[in-house]
Ligand binder design. Structure first.
Ligand SMILES: NC(=O)c1ccc[n+]([C@@H]2O[C@H](COP(=O)([O-])OP(=O)(O)OC[C@H]3O[C@@H](n4cnc5c(N)ncnc54)[C@H](O)[C@@H]3O)[C@@H](O)[C@H]2O)c1
Ligand SMILES: [Zn+2]
Length: 287
């Protein structure tokens, strides 16, 4: 991203001015926003996959975001829902994991291991559980694993204390998980996804590895793997997250650690930067 930039891409908003031709988006409605803007001309857009737009601009990243009193967005980016402001704010972060689960074609017949139960991995845990799959959350932090269980993980593995390989074999009758979702972004967990997944399984990468990764590519072929990238989210993912939240199937309170005013934001951001592990999400109210 480039600076200066107004942040804000996980957004709840109230409609104050509407297009009369779109009665389902009326003044006064409280809604969630999709922060993704696509070009409508690149190969991904033409294939109906605007989430992977070559020229994607996300609010708060490549263009100014929503941490401001008023914002104008196209109707297709607006999602009305029967949810509280706090719930609406966590729709977008959960969609990224929901998209990865859709990419992995996960069903109730699958056992799924999710590497990393941070902000993004937690959405994948919730989506996998929501689809009825046996869901194994993997992390190095007890608190993250506790929230993963509350969000739908049937099993958890703390790889700082337990051997990953042996535990995964134990949970899967010696076969390995049908699907591994990587939501950390480290070379070793990128490799481990391919090593641990079952023969003929699927690997979905959400994490951005910050350096090149070396692979034993023989495993791609021998296991006949589907190796998939997963970026941002599609409209269907927003609708699926909203459905889950409306059914109260996600521990919303555990995901947001504080609610502050805009005036309190500089101090709160500094405290977050000084001690990231103590903060989950900080919600900034502008009303
Ligand atoms: N594809 C996309 O559209 C997209 C969108 C947002 C973020 N991302 C990427 O997803 C990744 C995760 O993002 P996040 O916001 O959830 O980060 P995060 O820091 O909140 O979560 C990472 C989690 O991984 C755990 N972890 C770290 N090292 C580990 C290890 N060796 N073994 C097991 N667990 C480990 C941490 O304890 C933490 O819970 C990042 O690489 C980020 O860049 C991708
Ligand atoms: Zn495009």
């Amino acid at each position: 991203m480039t600076f200066p930039r107004i942040p804000g891409h996980e957004v709840a908003a109230t409609i104050v001015e509407a297009n009369k031709a779109l009665p389902h988006l009326a003044v006064g409605l409280t809604v969630a926003l999709s922060p993704y803007m696509n070009c409508e001309r690149c190969a991904a857009c033409l294939r109906g996959r605007p989430n992977a737009c070559q020229f994607n601009q996300t609010l708060g990243v490549q263009r100014d975001g929503a941490l401001t009193e008023f914002i104008v967005v196209p109707p297709k980016n607006i999602y009305p829902a029967n949810l509280s402001v706090k719930e609406l704010c966590i729709v977008e972060p959960l969609t990224v994991g929901f998209h990865a689960v859709a990419r992995g074609r996960i069903t109730a017949d699958d056992t799924v291991a999710i590497f990393g139960c941070g902000g993004v991995g937690l959405g994948a845990v919730a989506a996998s559980g929501f689809r009825g799959a046996r869901t194994i959350g993997v992390d190095v932090d007890d608190e993250k694993l506790r929230i993963a269980r509350a969000a739908g993980a049937t099993h958890t593995i703390h790889t700082g204390k337990e051997p990953l390989h042996e535990r995964l074999l134990e949970f899967t009758n010696g076969r390995g998980p049908d699907v591994v979702i990587e939501a950390i972004g480290l070379p070793q967990t990128f490799r481990s996804a391919v090593e641990e997944v079952a023969f003929s399984g699927r690997v979905v990468y959400i994490g951005y590895a910050k350096e090149p990764v070396t692979y034993e590519t023989r495993l791609f072929v021998q296991k006949e793997l589907d190796i998939l990238g997963s970026r941002n989210a599609l409209a269907d993912d927003f609708l699926a997250v909203i459905r889950m939240l409306e059914e109260h199937r996600f521990p919303v309170d555990g995901a947001v650690s504080s609610i502050i005013t805009l005036d309190e934001a500089p101090q709160a951001l500094r405290a977050w930067s000084d001690d990231p592990s103590r903060v989950k999400k900080i919600m900034v109210r502008l009303d």
